[in-house]
Write a protein that binds this ligand. Structure first.
Ligand SMILES: *Cc1c(COP(=O)(O)O)cnc(C)c1O
Length: 537
């Protein structure tokens, strides 16, 4: 399996290259050359699989055996998911008839990003280890290291830190805006004391942090010297890891309903996945699952008031909102992990919309036709991304929007509706409905699910992207009228005393790239000297 760029560069890369480089040279994102299809007997063969065995089957379709041998892949998977607190990794819970919640928050930082970042951390370490072994054989010494650099407004940073802590040959620097992430998120990041983890609390906003990271990545000498690596949501391995829970939840769903995967009953069921969406990574994994052959009727994109995606699916226009000063507007909402201006993974879907609508009626050979069609899709995406850059919007045509609507629906949800839903799910008025405490991100999906008009045989699965204790103020505010509700009831034991634990954090007094460069250099020097003094003993 090889990977291509969404912007039409003819260069094909291997899985390892794609993981380590992140972004394509032409500025595009990597997509698999073809979407693999499922083995004919996947229903019966896979239905009894654990999360880990399913991951192995699915990853094997996207990673060539000669790149990562199956046994190695298996141990990477086992290492990544053994740290999850639930034996099913991502368990499916029934809330009421035809309505389920898929809990993705049983990893170390209590949010769905752990599913991908635990795997990505181990994968990085594995690929570097292998490179360094080759280096040693070539007489070059163990000199391949990477410095992972990222900015966070909360969730990504902690999940990345937990994915990379203590990993050999990897240093990680995470910038966060000082005082502007929640206290739990701040503590989750800064109480990790491993030598290779460096938290930078920057006096400034999240945008400032992101701008610094961008500047450092494009600083060629600095980037070369430190071999910068990215863990942001466009890394293909993150999307790949997320495909697994769509399959796993499908089998859990059939088993809860006592339906055999091979039966005709299973083919009468219609299934919708409702996904709280920001950067379009989570729901894009569902799109790949559907294209591979998982019987999903619709993927429903649920946004907060940062609704560029909802507007796209309603109009075919993907358009940033500008404020009076010409800067792009991000609304601060109760679901901060979904507060985005544009969705970084959306470009991947755009490629498929372009590809699917290219007229391929001309007569040339099938294989060269395929090539031409892919190249043409790349040039269409290139033009769209250019429009987005220069005119702050791109517009797809009617046929392209129709292709999108074969797979997707969308809706947006306000903060007030989010709070109402948290309260309603806690204290349901229907009989046979379980009481459930939602976090504000999951509540966005649940609101949309409850507002959809669905047929008799449609079932809905809502993806729960964070544990409610992570977003305590929104949850407490929503449930303040319930005397019997005490936050303690939902507080995981891992959070007790978290805020008082020892912290390791570097204060950055100005949002200045030069200052951050100096800090990175100095910290790396200290870290490497500590390492070599250890290996010398
Ligand atoms: C990142 C995140 C999301 C959004 O996921 P995308 O892949 O960016 O669409 C939703 N909820 C939580 C809690 C998150 O951390």
């Amino acid at each position: 399996m090889k990977y291509r760029s969404t912007r039409g560069s003819p260069k094909l890369l291997s899985f390892s290259e794609v993981v380590l480089t992140g972004l394509a040279e032409d500025g595009g994102l990597f997509i698999p050359q073809t979407i693999p299809t499922l083995p004919r007997n996947w229903r019966s063969e896979w239905s009894k699989h654990s999360f880990n065995s399913l991951a192995l089957e699915i990853f094997s379709l996207y990673i060539s055996e000669n790149e990562i041998p199956r046994a190695d892949l298996e141990s990477l998977i086992d290492k990544s998911y053994s740290v999850f607190r639930n034996e099913k990794v991502t368990p499916l819970k029934k809330i009421k008839e035809r309505f389920y919640i898929l809990e993705l928050f049983h990893g170390p930082t209590f949010a769905f990003k752990d599913v991908a970042l635990q795997f990505l951390g181990n994968l990085f370490e594995y690929l570097l280890e292998r490179k360094n072994r080759e280096n040693v054989l070539d007489g070059k010494g163990r000199n391949d290291r990477i410095t992972v650099l990222g900015a966070t407004s909360g969730d990504t940073g902690s999940a990345a830190i937990y994915g990379l802590r203590g990993k050999k040959d990897i240093s990680v620097f995470i910038l966060h805006p000082r005082g502007k992430v929640s206290s739990v998120q701040e503590a989750q990041m800064t109480t990790v004391l491993d030598e290779n983890v460096h938290n930078l609390a920057v006096e400034g906003t999240f945008d400032d942090c992101q701008a610094i990271v961008k500047t450092l990545f494009s600083d060629v000498p600095f980037n070369k010297k430190n071999n910068l690596g990215a863990i942001n949501s466009i890394n293909w391995a993150r999307i790949l890891a997320q495909i697994v829970y769509y399959f796993h939840s499908y089998f859990q769903f059939l088993s809860l309903l006592n339906i055999s995967p091979d039966s005709s009953e299973s083919s009468n069921i219609r299934l919708q996945y409702v996904v709280p969406t920001g950067n379009f990574g989570d729901v894009l994994a569902g799109y790949y699952a559907k294209r591979m052959g998982l019987p999903i009727e619709k993927l429903v994109v649920a946004t907060n008031s940062n609704d560029i995606l909802d507007r796209f699916f309603k109009s075919g226009r993907y358009e940033k909102v500008s404020g009076e000063n010409g800067r792009h507007v991000v609304h601060e909402t109760l679901s901060p992990a979904m507060d985005i201006v544009v969705s970084s993974n959306f470009e991947r879907l755009l490629w498929y919309l372009a590809y699917e609508t290219i007229d391929n009626s001309n007569e040339s050979e099938v294989s060269s036709k395929e090539e031409m069609r892919s190249n043409l899709a790349g040039s269409i995406v290139n033009k769209w991304m250019n429009d987005l850059k220069t005119e702050h919007r791109l517009i797809v045509d009617k046929a392209q929007l129709e292709v999108a609507l074969r797979d997707f629906r969308s809706a947006r949800v306000s903060d007030q509706e989010t709070m109402d839903t948290i309260s309603r799910l806690y204290s349901p008025d229907a009989e046979n409905q379980v009481s459930y405490v939602l976090d504000p991100h999951t509540a966005i999906g649940v609101t949309v699910a409850e507002n959809q008009i669905i047929s008799e045989n449609t079932h809905q699965i809502c993806l729960a992207t964070a544990h409610p204790a992570k977003f305590s103020s929104a949850v407490e505010e929503s449930l303040k009228n319930f005397k019997e509700f005490e936050f303690k009831q939902i507080l995981p034991k891992e959070f007790i005393g978290l805020l008082e634990k020892k912290k390791k954090v570097i204060y950055v007094e100005r949002a200045d790239p030069e200052l951050v460069k100096q800090i990175v250099d100095k910290e790396l020097e200290i870290e490497l000297s500590q390492m070599s003094s250890k290996t010398n003993v």
